[in-house]
Each structure stands twice: as C-alpha cells, then as structure tokens.
Write a protein that binds this ligand. Sequence first.
Ligand code: FAD
Length: 501
Amino acid sequence: MTARAQQIDRVVIVGGGTAGWMTAIALARLLGRLGLSITLVESTAIGTVGVGEATLPQIRTFNRLLGLDEREMMARTAATIKLGIEFRDWGRIGDRYIHPFGTYGEEIGQASFIDYWARARAAGKAAPIGDYSLPIVAAWTGRFEPPKPDDVRQPYDFAFQFDAGLYAAWLAELAQQVGVARREGKITEVRRKGESGDIDAVVLESGEAIEGDLFIDCSGFRALLIGDTLGTAFEDWSHWLPCNRAYAVPCANGGDHGPYTRATARKAGWQWRIPLQHRVGNGLVYCDAWWDDQDAADCLMANLEGEAGAEPRQLRFTTGRRRSLWQGNCVAIGLAGGFLEPLESTSIDLIQSGILNLVDLFPGAAIEPAARREYDRLMDLEFERIRDFLVLHYVANQREGAEFWRAMRTMAIPDSLAEKIEDFRCRAILPEYAHGLFQQVSWISVFLGQNVVPEAWDPRTAGLPEAELATWLEGIHQRIARDAAAMPDHLDFIARSGAAF
Ligand code: FAD
C-alpha cells in the first residue's frame, strides 16, 4: 500500500463559538487544496460564552486572507468602528488616554518622535501626546474615515466593535457553503486510541461517534479535550492578573457613540463600554477577593449610559493558559486554550493567531513533534507578551486610597516587564518586535497615559533648536486637528456604509 501524502485529512472541531467557526472557515478556505473533511460539533443546549465585542485591527488581516466582505460583515454583526481604547482613571483618578491603532507625530530625523516630544515636554513646550495622533483626535471628536493608503505621515488602522455571536453565525453560514459539516449534539464521551492516547472520536449523546485525525478543541472554558480528556496542565496567572469574575449587560444606545471602546478603572477592577449600532455592550471585570459580587453588579448598573436591556449576567474565569496548546492530535483554540481579561480586546486576536499558526504548521502525512513544539513556542510568545502588557496597566497606577490598586502597584511582576518599564523610564527605550501584537506605539500609549514618562531622551534631538522644535510640534498638532475635523461623523460614515475601506 502506498502512503497518502495527506493522511491527516479528517478534522473535527469541537465547539461552535467564535473560535470554532473562525477555525472552520479558515481551514476550509486556506487549506482547501488539501481536500480536508471538516466537521464541527456544537451544542445549542450548552450554548456559547456570549460575550466578546471588541476586536483589534488584525481581524482585518484575517478577513482579507479569507476573502470576507467587511461591508457585509458590518451589516450582519451591527458593527461600529474602533480606532482605539480609551482608558479612564487608570493612572490617577481623572486621567484619560487612548491607546490608538496608529503612530504619534511624524519622523523627521534620527531620533524618534517620542524623544523629541519628551524633550519639548520637559521644557513645557509640548501638548499632551494624544494631540499628535490622528486616530486619537478623531476618536475623541466622534469622527472616522478609512486611512488613505498614500498618507505616510500619520499611518493608522482600525478595528470593529461587533456582536461576536452574530459574527460566528455569519461565518457558520459561509463555512457550511464551502463544505464544513455541522453536527448538533452534546458530546458525552471522548474515545482514545490505546497506544498513543490520541483522540480517536467524540461521541454524542445520541450515540453517534465522529472520528477524526486531528481534533481542534474550541469548547470554551470547558476545555473538553485539552483539559478534561488529555489533562494538560493549566498555568495560572492570577498572581499577576487577579480579576476572576465579570458581569455583562447590554443597554440601549445613550451617551457618546465615538469610534472607540472604553475601559474605566473601578474599585477592584474595571468596566467596559462598547457601542454597537443597535445597543451598547457593558461589563465589569473584577476580583472577588476585593469586591463583593452584589456591590460589583450594583456599580455596573449604576454606571450605564442607557436603559439596561437585561439583568447582569455573571461569568467566572481564571487567568492563564494551558502549558501546551497542541497535545498529541489535539490543538486548543479560544477559551479552551487560555484566557486573558479583555482589557486590550485580545481574545479574538489570540484565536486568529492560533488558527494562522496551525495553518502554517498543518500536518501532512503525520503530526510532527517539531510542528507541535513550534506551535507552542509561537503561542507562548503571544500569550506572554499580552500578559505583560495587561499587567502594565495595573502596576503603573497611582490611584490613591483603594487597597486593590495599592496591591497592584506593589506586586512582584515578571522580569521581562520590569525591564521594559525601567528602560522606558530611563531613556524612552523600547524593544522592537518583528511581528505580533502590541508594538512600540502601544507600549508608549500606556506608559505615557499612566504617567511613566522618560527622564532622558536621545541627545540627537538637540540638533533641533528649542524654538524650532516647538513650532514643528505645533504644526503637527494643528494639521491633525484639521484632518480630524474634515472626517465624517462616525455614525454618518456607518449609515452610508456602502463606504469602501
Ligand atoms: P464559547 O463561545 O464558550 O464556545 C464553546 C462552544 O463549545 C459552544 O459552541 C458550546 O456549545 C461547545 N461545547 C462545549 N461543550 C460541549 C459539549 N460537551 N458538546 C458539544 N459542544 C460543546 N474577546 C474579545 O476579543 N473581545 C472582547 O471584548 C471580549 N470580551 C470578553 C469579556 C468576558 C467577560 C469574557 C469572559 C470573554 C471576553 N472575550 C472577548 C473572549 C471571547 O468571548 C471569546 O474568546 C470568544 O467568544 C471565543 O469563545 P470560544 O469560542 O472559545 O468559546
């Protein structure tokens, strides 16, 4: 018998939430030539986690790769535009800043814009850093237009705020059109192969067994395969990110409808606000060791900007990730693999990285240990970099009076993060990453937004005399204010959204 080149050809996806359906459509469209048979099992009786509305610009790369029409997506998911995340009260109470999806200022010489800005700031000649960012000024004035590809002075990107349940439903339709088979039913047993311990089949309540060569665990917090069946250890990161509960509630449109997500620090956690076309998504992430459930729920309900559309729903979680996301013939994607609180809207992005790394390392004749190791290495990098970035928001706080925030300020942090803070404070130095989430501009936004300001800067900035530096900065500030004012209103843009991106 001759060996088939493609022996891993029966893929079974367990779970039909955002992770499951994103995986299904991506494998079907990106690996179509391998002739895979893809089956997705979901249980409407169990349902999905039912939250997750804010995304990052990388979702546009995913949409583009898969040939998904974003105008249709916006209509199907009641989406709005997101130019960044506003953080309120994270440094000192009363502070506000936006982490934008775009750069600050312009580059003119060997030193970076931030070095020039830091020098001007120390001399009292600079406006707040946000005034030098087009997406920030546009977001705060409620305006949006897609970036012009030829504008090299102020490159920026954007993401979407949408109903992730509707996104999954739309992808489910498209995936089934390209041959993904959907099975409805509750998995009650997972069958394993004797020798290798690999998964052989999942068995539904009805008795039907669905066999496969590769299983993707998208079963959410249940982690049915990677956790329950294979027993892969969970690495708990609660000592750095102790929030472990959330309440979520939608409300009617009200208040500001600018193109951004908001995260407001509260007594022992933070509240999100995500405006969609037809409603606003709200939630409060908190730590039960520092905040009583009822008080937390009351705080959320007292801070809605429109009439509540339901009772608040509680979710419980532990921050961390599986030690390995690819065990034997099982890959975990989505909440089954790990969870980091949604402060920087990273979960859907992690799903996307999980999928694209799997596509790049997809097995042929057999599952190679090298591919598994590389997958874990790449995903570790993503998880750890996001973790450090989230911890920064907590540790760099100067809030007075609240015990939770004092504890966060003084906690022991990962060495990798301690070094980054020190390097930025001393001399505006930041590592440059070849790829992945949260490049320099993101770190700069949070550092400066939370009052971690460089004490020294590149001496080459001295090549520009102080008066010229001030005039140059003022010119950028005015141009950005003009460019933002010329953009259409965010909601008008959506209303006439035949608009091309
Ligand atoms: P789920 O949606 O839980 O889906 C699990 C699937 O597995 C379901 O279809 C279920 O039926 C199926 N299943 C489970 N057990 C069985 C079984 N025995 N038999 C058959 N089927 C089974 N992400 C963002 O990117 N942005 C955000 O703003 C954001 N906010 C969040 C806020 C909170 C409070 C939380 C908890 C998460 C948030 N997330 C956010 C994360 C986001 O919700 C998830 O990453 C995303 O929805 C993917 O979930 P999932 O598909 O992994 O799991």
